[in-house]
Design a binder for this molecule. Sequence first.
Ligand code: MTE
Length: 333
Amino acid sequence: MLIKKQTGIEMPSSEITPKHIYLSRRKFITGAAAVAGSALLAACASPGAESPTAVPESKAVDAATAMPADNATAVPIATADELGDPLNTFEEIINYNNYYEFTTDKESVAKLAANYPTSPWQVEVSGFVNKPQVFDLDDLRAFEQEERIYRLRCVEAWSMVIPWMGFPLAKLLDAVEPTADAKFVRFETVLDKANMPGQKSPWFQWPYVEGLRLDEAMHDLTLMATGLYGEELLPQSGAPIRLVVPWKYGFKSIKSIVKIELTDTMPTSLWMASAPNEYGFYANVNPQVNHPRWSQATERRIGEFGRRETLMFNGYAEQVASLYDGMDLRVNF
Ligand code: MTE
């Protein structure tokens, strides 16, 4: 089931456009913006990780042919986010990825992950809940699917605007009934060293783990994404199901989830374990708190020339700032 919802973020109806029209518009926009050269930025690099990665400038792509075209659903999707920034193209979103289970080379993820089997799939939800449950793909699809257009801001200082499909994590958590002891939610990606070459890297403690405070997890902006641009997620985007927390750095948005555990202690994420001085638990987008090795004041929107200012909480302060009232965000970074 598909419904449209902008979640307290108003979108003028004039912005709503049929899919074939926004695709051709994006084709025009990206073609016009194409420029040569590239900016060099550091990666989510912890000790021993590969060297900094080049962020590509916009490519003049044919977004229409990049889509699984003829079976495309006629889903109306807005052409821009609520701030008026255009969506990134489908082509940009599926060809520039962070997915260290496969490789640290963003432009090779799509190819390396292409044949990764994402069905059948199960997500086990356990811990401090009254009704522990294993959700299969049909169970996950049974949640009412919504379209959410969110900015994704990577800690590496690049960003995109992505039209996700999915459902609020709160709906899944409501189904398992967290108990009063549940304070945090811990997420785990599939562990599959045989088919995920990056999991042989000794630099990280696999599987990829992330965590949220329970109130962050229950916030309506926190999404379990199952698709983008009206299509099911491809492997490189974290198929069949991933988290999207738009006000936090992208590394919190863990891909290919197989386990969700409600806990009473703060989970240690893969990034906290590998570089605790660089990556904290909260990881809220914050232009005033720099990464120890680079500034977070500005970012490069993929498909654009130049840099733009980074917004507090990635532009979602109105919705989420109150979650952190009284906290020192330099300490709780
Ligand atoms: N999830 C897993 N399992 N493995 C990863 O390497 N990378 C994170 C996040 N989720 C990552 C992950 C980072 S650093 C970012 S910026 C986003 O995924 C990128 O999402 P995208 O590739 O869909 O743009």
